[in-house]
Design a protein around this ligand. Structure first.
Ligand code: SF4
Ligand code: FES
Length: 230
């Protein structure tokens, strides 16, 4: 089968498509396909032209670090959790996430996620135990990989704008629930940087690889906002 990859040599270079042949195991993950291509002694594209190894990020290869988030056959997914046998057709298309600046090939700069969280101080400093009934939800939210797949899928998240995206709703709830910080400020930031811009498409929840319950965070925060401003 063919593996068609959108490549880019450096942040300011023009992107270009390059095709590779793959005749390995169909039970393999797309991460393993990328390794298969990269580990060849002489890497050539489908036309036999020598080429450079493909840059992509991975750390865990088991859906736990979020590093391998990319767009495969038009879907924002983790490469290590996407399997060839589950993909339709004889061509796998692989692109970097579109909502982040490309550094090289499939490696993108997701620093904006942390930058946005820093801007509004969405971190827990001194904290308290929340009510026991909320622990399950907090635990599930705490599993967020910061992979950026929800931002890729969100129709309202646009690079550089004031809407920080779905993962921010989850962090806001987590911080509001646990932190001893100023609740009014946390809620105002949530309203300004998330609630006002969210159109409830819930595309974020469909692509999240660890099933973060963003809707539950939104419900908690929206109720909190009403309580605070009413
Ligand atoms: S909410 Fe899900 S999709 Fe979004 S960054 Fe966290 S783990 Fe990734
Ligand atoms: S390599 Fe860690 S999630 Fe895929």
């Amino acid at each position: 089968m063919k593996v068609k990859i959108l490549r880019q040599k450096h942040p300011h270079a023009e992107p270009y498509w390059q095709c590779f042949d793959y005749d390995g195991d169909r039970n393999a993950s797309v991460a393993a396909v990328l390794d298969n291509i990269n580990y060849r002694d002489d890497i050539t594209d489908s036309d036999g032209n020598p080429t450079e190894r493909i840059s992509w990020e991975c750390s865990c290869l088991q859906g736990m670090c979020g590093g391998c988030a990319m767009v495969i056959n038009k879907m924002p997914v983790l490469a290590c959790d996407t399997f060839v046998k589950d993909l339709k057709g004889d061509t796998i298309t692989i692109e970097p996430l579109h909502k982040f600046p490309v550094i090289c090939d499939l490696v993108v700069d997701r620093g904006i996620i942390q930058e946005n969280l820093k801007k509004i101080d969405a971190f827990i400093g001194k904290y308290h135990q929340g009510p026991e009934k909320d622990h399950e939800l907090e635990y599930r939210i705490g599993r967020c990989l910061k992979c950026g797949l929800c931002l890729e899928a969100c129709p309202n998240y646009v690079k550089g704008e004031d809407f920080f995206g779905p993962l921010f709703a989850n962090d806001s709830y987590f911080v509001a629930s646990r932190s001893d910080g100023d609740k009014a400020t946390i809620k105002k930031n949530y309203n300004d940087h998330f609630a006002k811009g969210c159109s409830k498409s819930l595309a974020c929840m469909r692509v999240c690889p660890v099933n973060i319950p963003t809707l539950a965070s939104m419900a908690k925060m929206n109720r909190g906002i009403r309580d605070h401003y009413d």
